[in-house]
Design a protein around this ligand. Structure first.
Ligand SMILES: [Zn+2]
Ligand SMILES: [Zn+2]
Length: 248
């Protein structure tokens, strides 16, 4: 049976559950382990409450929910032109280099894993979609995706060594508003981070394992950087990386 053919609910297991856990990643969020437990149920209830405006959410993902999810996704398209690497030399998503290679002299953790992943992780793109929804609902201007994939060629062009944007991260920004000071921009980003912690289950910084992260204001004062670098390898498997919108 295809995704959408049957209800998904507490106790279910399998690939449909993985797909749903990812699609709802910007509503609270849980690990995409294919096991529908209390965390997944809270995700569904958040979606039912916030998107479907149900006053008594059931936690069961039924036919009405699939319809609402389809409409939600249609209303929040992702422009992959802004997701692709701008180096002009790779195919938009690196060249698959440096798997299991780490930055010299650094611990062998994901933050220093030099791999060019084969696309951008679904979890971060779904989180971006929900982020646009949450921000709009709280009177923020619509953000734009300013940075997606950045391969090693692009890194070298820019004198950068960060591995974050090789499929595990995006940056978003708010267009400058008329008459606004840099301080206003910074304060708005602070408020946006707080909202996303509350609504989408982000952590600020990278202290917790298997949670999506926002860079703190000390690093990203006037933009929002979100990434999945705290996840263990099984949640960063190749199947989770996509190169165009039809794969979402
Ligand atoms: Zn490139
Ligand atoms: Zn970034």
């Amino acid at each position: 049976m295809a995704f959408g053919d049957k209800n998904i609910q507490r106790g279910d297991k399998g690939s449909d559950v993985v797909a749903l856990q990812l699609k709802l990643n910007g509503f609270r969020g849980t690990v995409w382990d294919g096991d529908f437990g209390p965390g997944s149920e809270l995700q569904v209830m958040a979606f039912q409450r916030e998107v479907m405006k149900l006053t008594t959410p059931s936690g069961v993902f039924d036919a009405n929910c699939f319809d609402a999810l389809h409409e939600f996704e249609t209303n929040h398209p992702i422009d992959f032109a802004s997701v692709r690497c701008p180096c002009g030399q790779c195919n938009g998503f690196g060249q698959g280099r440096f798997k299991n290679k780490y930055r010299t002299g650094m611990p062998k953790i994901e933050a220093y894993h030099r791999r060019e992943y084969p696309g951008v992780h679904k979890a971060i793109l779904y989180a971006f979609r929900a982020t646009c929804f949450h921000l709009k609902n709280h009177d923020f201007p619509l953000p734009i995706l300013t940075s997606g994939y950045r391969c090693w060629i692009h890194n070298e062009m820019k004198g950068r060594r960060s591995t974050n944007h090789m499929g595990k991260a995006i940056d978003i920004d708010f267009p400058a508003q008329p008459g606004e000071l840099k301080r206003d921009d910074g304060e708005r980003c602070d408020r946006a981070r707080d909202l996303l912690v509350d609504k989408a289950g982000f952590q600020i910084g990278w202290h917790g394992n298997n949670r999506k992260a926002l860079e703190p204001a000390s690093i990203a004062p006037t933009w929002l950087h979100m990434d999945v670098r705290c996840y263990s390898q099984k949640y960063l498997a190749d199947i989770f990386f996509v190169t165009d919108e039809t794969q979402l």
